[in-house]
Design a protein around this ligand. Structure first.
Ligand code: MD3
Ligand code: FE
Length: 211
């Protein structure tokens, strides 16, 4: 069952089964201790409470680079082919159109980790040069997710819960909507998802970068 919150914003609860969730958590642990270890990005001199590890391109506020110049200078891991296929499947699932994923080739994933107190303020994702959809996968603790409008970071917005296994696709008019994560609900992860504490969110993107 899918629900369209706004044009282009589609929530598919419980899309990933427990085996897929567990497998993705195992991959996350490898990425987090890979060539560019997971870290809190700095915005205007302040560290974000969320920790991020990147695949394909390295993100820091306002910029994508191949090398993690703000961490250790290493090149980030490649964006895996299996994740391209997973992203295409996600677009098919969210739209019901079997061809919706045909032209979709995400080149970057930002993988966020939230502990019990981490939050993400209302923001737009505008560092990508492409307006291709963003695919979001959640694993672990449930969060409160705030989905707003494209004009400003305050009302109107809608709060929903994102739980372990949920898919969310943000395309079309929703691609540049303000959004944030006001809180995590600790201890709500299902047994068997493989994450003892906290929340993981994988977002696949098309940067529009070349090289
Ligand atoms: C709506 N992550 O990484 S995922 C982010 O749960 C980010 O970690 C949140 O916002 C998280 O930038 C929210 C849902 C999401 C991701 C990208 C979007 C919603 C979006 C891009 C455009 C509009
Ligand atoms: Fe975002």
């Amino acid at each position: 069952p899918r629900r369209e919150l706004a044009p282009g914003a589609v929530h598919v609860p419980n899309w990933l089964n427990m085996e897929q969730q567990k497998w993705l958590v195992a991959r996350f642990k490898e990425w987090a201790s890979g060539p560019v270890p997971i870290r809190s990005a700095k915005v205007g001199g302040h560290e974000m409470s969320v920790k991020t590890v990147c695949l394909g391109w390295h993100w820091r506020p306002y910029q994508y680079t191949r090398d993690a110049v703000d961490v250790n200078g290493n090149r980030v891991l490649d964006f895996p082919d299996w994740m391209v296929r997973l992203g295409r499947k996600a677009l098919v699932e969210a739209s019901g159109d079997p061809h919706a994923g045909d032209d979709y080739t995400p080149d970057t994933a930002l993988v966020n980790y939230y502990d019990a107190t981490a939050r993400m303020g209302m923001h737009q994702d505008k560092d990508e040069l492409s307006k291709a959809p963003v695919v979001s996968l959640s694993i672990g603790d449930t969060c409160q997710f705030r989905f707003g409008n494209a004009d400003n970071r305050s009302k109107p917005y809608e709060d929903i819960s994102l739980s372990s296994g949920d898919l969310f696709v943000f395309g079309g008019a929703s691609r540049f909507a303000y959004h944030g994560v006001p809180r995590i609900y600790p201890g709500t992860a299902p047994d068997g998802c493989g994450l003892a504490t906290g929340r993981i969110n994988i977002t696949m993107r098309v940067t529009g970068m070349s090289g």
